[in-house]
Ligand binder design. Structure first.
Ligand SMILES: Nc1nc2c(c(=O)[nH]1)N[C@H]1C(S)=C(S)[C@@H](COP(=O)(O)O)O[C@H]1N2
Ligand SMILES: [Mo]
Length: 262
């Protein structure tokens, strides 16, 4: 056993302790903050928790990445797979529902529904690619939930589609695997944890407010997860894979928190 005290934190004068601590604190979100509420967050404490030493600029980045993963771990650990996100009556739908993407609406990808196939790979038994008629023939269910975008807006929308847990079962996915990754027609990509994938309100959706999903909302399919922030809800999905290798995501790779719970 190593004595934790032997891992004394040495921070060279050239590194700004206050700035590093502020950056680390920003990476810890509400659940992690509540968990650590009674302990003062210190660089020494976080360094012990993450097992990182702060010795130079490069190690600061490694340390901050580790704090971010610590935050993901806390969110994953606090996630209650049975807790449902609120649902709303039709009268509360936000009209018009906002469009958002990493480009403007004129650049929305055009997906050809006739040749479209959803590719499935990785830790699954059935790797056949799914046509839209096959997907539409799966049991369908509906939800009116609030979509929350990290950019500071939220909107209530109405999506229908098939239970993602049911779909994973049907393709014989290894549900002990850690991640499900998604590739989209517009070069967006995302990945989610298995517990969130299996949540009863996680749906592969094909319609918005009773109409086939229009291109702007992600034709032919959007993974709708009301337990997660907007950027964790990929639109225009063309491929998915079940894996134990961390796949990252479009915004996550640019510093957003990976777990992305609401
Ligand atoms: N393929 C793809 N999916 C995406 C995005 C994107 O740019 N491309 N943006 C995400 C973000 S940040 C948000 S808020 C929602 C917006 O969905 P909406 O256009 O249906 O409101 O889509 C998410 N899924
Ligand atoms: Mo978003």
């Amino acid at each position: 056993m190593t004595d934790p005290k032997s891992k004394l934190l040495v921070i060279p004068k050239s590194l700004d302790r206050d700035m590093i601590l502020k950056d680390a604190e920003r990476l810890l979100e509400a659940p992690a903050r509540r968990l650590f509420a009674k302990r003062a967050l210190t660089l020494g404490g976080l360094s012990l928790l993450t097992g990182c030493q702060l010795t130079n600029e490069k190690s600061v980045n490694q340390f901050l990445t580790a704090v971010s993963r610590l935050n993901d771990g806390v969110q994953g650990w606090m996630f209650d797979p049975k807790q449902l996100a609120p649902t709303y009556p039709e009268s509360m739908l936000t009209k018009p529902f906002p469009f958002n993407a990493f480009y403007d609406i004129d650049s929305t990808p055009e997906v050809n529904g006739e040749s479209y196939k959803l590719e499935v790979s990785g830790l699954v038994q059935d790797k056949h690619a799914w046509t839209l008629p096959e997907l539409y023939a799966l049991p369908q269910t509906s939800q009116i939930t609030r979509h929350i975008c990290i950019e500071g807006w939220s909107a209530i929308g109405h999506w229908s589609g098939t239970s993602f847990a049911g779909f994973l079962k049907r393709i014989g996915a290894d549900t002990s695997a850690k991640y499900i990754g998604f590739k989209c027609a517009d070069d967006y990509f995302e990945s989610i944890d298995m517990a969130s994938a299996l949540h009863p309100q996680s749906l592969l959706t094909f319609t918005y407010d009773g109409q086939i999903l229009p291109p702007k909302y992600g034709y032919p399919m959007k993974l709708r997860m009301p337990t997660k922030l907007g950027y964790k809800n990929p639109k225009h999905i063309v491929a998915m894979f079940v894996t134990n290798t961390y796949p990252g995501g479009y915004w996550v790779d640019q510093g957003y928190n990976w777990f992305g719970g609401v």
